[in-house]
Write a protein that binds this ligand. Sequence first.
Ligand SMILES: [Zn+2]
Length: 80
Amino acid sequence: MNIELKACPFCGGQAEIKTSINTKNFPTYQKAYVECKDCKATTDVFTDKNCNGKHIFKAIEAWNRRCEHDGTGSKRSDQE
Ligand SMILES: [Zn+2]
């Protein structure tokens, strides 16, 4: 499985995977998304309700897909 994160499509900065555990609901579940360290662009948040860890790969996939298509970003207003 390729887990490499591509450079940010908005600013070219470095992206990182963010994970957290939601303990407010039961059963608890993990959340993951990708965020750019520079411009704070993020993917959708993916949850791990099946506890198989695939949410992390889904987040990475979503990030890398956005890099390829430069499609549905929320931070495009500063790029004419
Ligand atoms: Zn960025």
